[in-house]
Write a protein that binds this ligand. Sequence first.
Ligand SMILES: C[S@@+](CC[C@H](N)C(=O)[O-])C[C@H]1O[C@@H](n2cnc3c(N)ncnc32)[C@H](O)[C@@H]1O
Length: 302
Amino acid sequence: MTQFFFALTNVEAEPILKQEIRLRYPELRMSYSRPGFITFKADNDSTFDPLFCRVSGVCLGKFKLSELGTERAWAYPVHSKLELPVSLKALSDQSLFKKGETVRLIVMAGADEFWVCSYVLKSHHFQTPGETSSILPREVPSRAYYKIAEAYEAFDLPFEQQETVLELGSAPGGASLFLLEQDLKILGVDPADMDPAILKRINFKQLRKPFETLAPEDFRSDVDWIISDINLPPTVVLKEVFRLLTFLGPRGLILTLKMNDLKHLEVVASIREQLRKQGFRKVELKYLPSHKKEICLLALHD
Ligand SMILES: C[S@@+](CC[C@H](N)C(=O)[O-])C[C@H]1O[C@@H](n2cnc3c(N)ncnc32)[C@H](O)[C@@H]1O
């Protein structure tokens, strides 16, 4: 039976998403698309759960505004120049969906062009139309603030007060700011300059060196979390993180894997198994709303 699927992603991740679909779902054919919104056609029953998108699910077809009805729905315009009709905006604002429920998502792609889609709202989803960020914009040292704030919300990260975070690639300090706000202690590793406001904080210490040179004597206390936002290929970051795990025993890893080359998809495909072998019981990957060509990897022991 022919069916259609949809994916909403950030435009920077579209080439990776398309490559992922080619590799993982070779039976699917690309159908309608607009920047950030792609539909795929399957000729047989198929499952669809790609990584490199904010949200994905079933696409039920194209409708005009007059055909949409008043059933509970979230509405999302695919680009900022499109303004939702008042009635649809009101319907979307009033509609609530709980985790486990099927969301009816109306994607506005043109003046009177609405694609009705549906997906199950899972625990790691944001409760926003189009799976956009729920973190309000503010003045922060870098975009990394939003990435870790979104990961915290999506994964319900179990940080405890005064735990120690080893933050690899910490400059200029967006993520450090968020972690300090959670009352964590940060050991930031980066040869580059930190924001002076972060350096002043009593719970922040910097090791100004490449993470490849970290050794057991650099650590005076236990490390509870390893976080990385290093702008190097995933193979390099993972190799070093595995080396650090030979002398550090964190509860969890939160790694932003940079996907600057399509060949990194293979690494991502095999990483869950590798981390499970290392004793991490929960391993998840999520493309966050603030992501560009990257993905968040979470690995937890408990
Ligand atoms: C995307 S930025 C990190 C942003 C940062 N997490 C924040 O919250 O503002 C990547 C960082 O990785 C650092 N980096 C690159 N190679 C590194 C290495 N070998 N060791 C440590 N840091 C490195 C860069 O200096 C850069 O500051």
